[in-house]
Design a protein around this ligand. Structure first.
Ligand SMILES: C=C(O[C@@H]1C=C(C(=O)O)C=C[C@H]1O)C(=O)O
Ligand SMILES: NC(=O)CC[C@H](N)C(=O)O
Length: 696
């Protein structure tokens, strides 16, 4: 069966594709963007057995010139949400803003006629992501098939003189029920599948992403492992790090901790890598020779090629990291945002007017020398990536010898009592105004959720030693995804609680956080569960769960994406969080790096639909986000495993400038209160800011 799926740049379109393909493996989908439908598609429309017009931001009027061409055919067509509205509009209904608050991320009870595509289904749960609704529906042209119990809204229609259907709720959502029956009814009872193959010129026409490179390459390195007697990573780093030494420390700081890893750039095979979006160039610098190799394209493709040429074999299987990539990809390191970190060079606010090249959008290191700390077993391993012809040096001896009392756990610090820094942050009034601006976009149907953030600048009274600052942040907020990275362009200090994505041997795991509650003496995990499992926070999370399923479906194997438990509440040092866990499987030649690239930036930091939300947020937020909202982590040289956190509750600076950046914000929905969102933003700033004024 050949189906044309029209993608209106929603963040749920791939969920629609997967929903269709779960019906039958014989379904061949051609996915096209509504505004980029090639002439060869239009001239071959008749070869498709069915058409599905997906959901999308904005008003259906914006799409009519194109979508109406589908309603003029006699091809079985199903419109979802925006597609439903387009069908109703085509027959003269009125489509306009809801007169009540929209149900973004909330499932309604849908009563059906039990007829047509609802044969055998009398009541379903239907997840709603719409701000507009259709009324004055002409009954001479359209039959209403279902309405909501809560507000008696028409949510499914069928045309009387053509096999055209519309469903306003999202049947593809994790929270909708009986969708396989409904879609089955549409496909099997409405569509008469033809047997002929699609013309090759069309069958390969697809916007579904493909892996960057073929990773089935010959390994280039082997991993040499030397177990050492235990030493505490933090005290060790404090002793050996110097103001100009580059290294990357991924610190599992939340008790009991699992693995921490420390990567050095001192080996013969080490590189630093940085990306400048403003010139779309990725630079690889060999650490020993300082020789540079520049690639005139984005970091995702460039790093994929680089890593495929440096595949490693060996090492202890139980360790997460043996050497490879460590670092940060900043929020703007994607093709959806227009801004880049180079904006800082235009003397914005307090920035020194450095050149644009000073501000990079991503920076990582390829480390061939690393320590991995098994915090549970209290074991530490020195690991080296070497080529066959290279000889192994005991590089760790020199480091350990330079640190005679590595076992000391004192969190001593350099320098005297820092004075209160100068902090630039939005005031309540201006932030609340931005929250209201967000909500206007939500009510107009341009977005269902916007993760609004503020860009806080911290100028210490005198320069602060960065690792001292890290130790203070870690003391105040020991997080699961803590870490310290000092590389040539960016110094980044993390206290993040949020995993973005972990991948290992083809299994991917995302765990977005939405819903944050301050810890107080009267809150405990039970109180937090009662408080966070409310309509606002769960609807915020539902939208991101569906968005991440969609991102995963782009590359995951059909039927492999799952959400075993919709919500859980996690306890962190300063807050409680509502979390969900989404899993999916990929198979070679796809790797976790491909999944990261096509799921970036993190949906929990953009909102949904992702593209439109990113565009709106760029309008609303004056500065680039820089490192904040990006991801921080590692990709092992085996290419088989890696883990990146969402960069929040962190601070970073460029080039040892005495200006530190903190990003903080929260998901804005129609249920948000401006003051509540400002307070939430402040709560998150205070997971890091106090460290600039404390002495330990
Ligand atoms: C935006 C931030 O956090 C994000 C928004 C959250 C929320 O709205 O509850 C929680 C975690 C993050 O996904 C931040 O910490 O700055
Ligand atoms: N999910 C959608 O397709 C939304 C349709 C339209 N933008 C609305 O908000 O009503």
């Amino acid at each position: 069966m050949r189906i044309l799926v029209v993608d209106c740049y929603d963040s749920y379109t791939y969920n629609v594709c997967d929903m269709l393909q779960r019906i039958s493996k014989d379904i061949h989908i051609v996915l096209v963007h509504w505004d980029k439908i090639a002439e060869k598609i239009w001239s071959n429309l008749h070869v498709f057995d069915a058409i599905v017009i997906g959901p999308g931001p904005g008003h259906p009027n914006d799409y009519s010139a194109v979508l109406n061409k589908f309603w003029e055919t006699n091809i079985p067509t199903l419109g979802i949400c925006l597609g439903f509205q387009s069908l109703c509009l085509y027959y003269g209904a009125t489509v306009e803003k809801m007169s009540t608050l929209p149900w973004h991320g909330r499932a309604a009870t849908v009563i059906t006629t039990g007829e047509s595509i609802y044969q055998g289904v009398s009541e379903v749960k239907g997840m709603r992501y719409h701000s507009l609704y259709a009324h004055n529906i002409p009954v001479k042209d359209l039959t209403i098939l279902a309405t909501t119990k809560e507000d008696n809204l028409a949510v499914a229609v069928q045309a009387k003189r053509a096999p055209h259907y519309g469903i306003l709720y999202h049947p593809e959502s994790i929270c909708s029920t009986h969708s396989q029956t409904v879609i089955n009814n549409f496909l099997l009872h409405v569509v008469k599948p033809s047997t002929a193959d699609l013309p090759t010129s069309i069958s390969s026409y697809n916007v579904r992403p493909t892996p960057f490179v073929d990773y089935s390459v010959q390994p280039c390195f082997k991993v040499c492992t030397q177990e050492l007697s235990w030493f505490d990573p933090l005290s060790f780093i404090e002793k050996i790090e110097r103001d100009n030494s580059f290294f990357c420390f991924l610190d599992s700081a939340k008790e009991p901790g699992e693995f921490s890893m420390l990567g050095f750039t001192t080996g013969p095979n080490a590189y630093t890598i940085h990306y400048q979006k403003s010139i779309d160039e990725t630079t690889f610098t060999h650490c020993v020779s300082q020789q540079q190799n520049k690639k005139p394209y984005n970091i995702w493709k460039a790093v994929a090629e680089f890593m495929s040429e440096r595949k490693a074999v060996g090492g202890l299987k139980q360790l997460p990291f043996h050497g490879g990539l460590m670092g940060v990809l900043g929020y703007e390191a994607n093709e959806m945002t227009k801004k880049s970190a180079s904006e800082y060079s235009r003397g914005l606010n307090a920035f020194a007017s450095k050149t644009a090249e000073s501000y990079v959008d991503a920076e990582l290191a390829f480390v061939d020398r690393s320590f991995v700390f098994d915090l549970v077993q209290k074991r530490v391993y020195a690991q080296t990536l070497i080529k066959e012809e290279q000889t192994l040096e005991n590089w760790w001896d020199e480091l350990l010898l330079s640190d005679s009392d590595a076992t000391s756990n004192s969190l001593s610090h350099k320098g005297d009592q820092p004075k209160t820094p100068t902090v630039t942050i939005s005031d309540r009034k201006s932030y609340c105004k931005k929250v209201q601006d967000c909500q206007s976009y939500l009510l107009s149907g341009d977005s269902y959720e916007l993760c609004l953030t503020d860009h806080i600048l911290v100028q210490p009274s005198k320069s602060i030693h960065d690792f001292d600052l890290y130790k203070r942040i870690r003391n105040h907020n020991p997080a699961s995804y803590a870490g310290f990275m000092r590389l040539p362009h960016i110094t980044h200090l993390s206290a993040s609680p949020e995993r973005f994505c972990k991948f290992e041997n083809g299994h991917c795991h995302f765990s977005p956080i939405k819903g944050t509650l301050k810890r107080t003496p009267t809150t405990n995990i039970e109180v937090a569960k009662e408080t966070l499992l409310n309509v606002k926070d769960s609807s915020e999370l539902n939208m991101i769960i569906d968005l991440i399923r969609n991102d995963l479906y782009q590359l995951a194997t059909v039927n492999s994406v799952s959400v075993p438990q919709l919500y859980s509440v996690e306890e962190h040092p300063t807050v409680y969080s509502l979390v969900s866990h989404i899993y999916g499987d990929i198979k070679a030649p796809t790797t976790g790096w491909d999944v990261l690239a096509h799921s970036f930036p993190p949906g929990s930091m953009t909102g949904a639909p992702k593209l439109r939300s990113i565009q709106l947020l760029e309008e609303l937020e004056s500065l680039p986000r820089g490192v904040y909202s990006g991801i921080f982590g590692y990709w092992d040289a085996s290419l088989e495993k890696g883990e990146f956190s969402v960069i929040i509750r962190s601070t970073f600076r460029y080039h040892n400038e005495n200006i530190w950046h903190i990003g903080a914000g929260g998901a804005i929905t129609v249920l948000s209160t401006p003051d509540g969102e400002f307070d939430e933003m402040l709560l998150k700033v205070n997971s890091v800011l106090p460290a600039f004024s404390k002495s330990n």
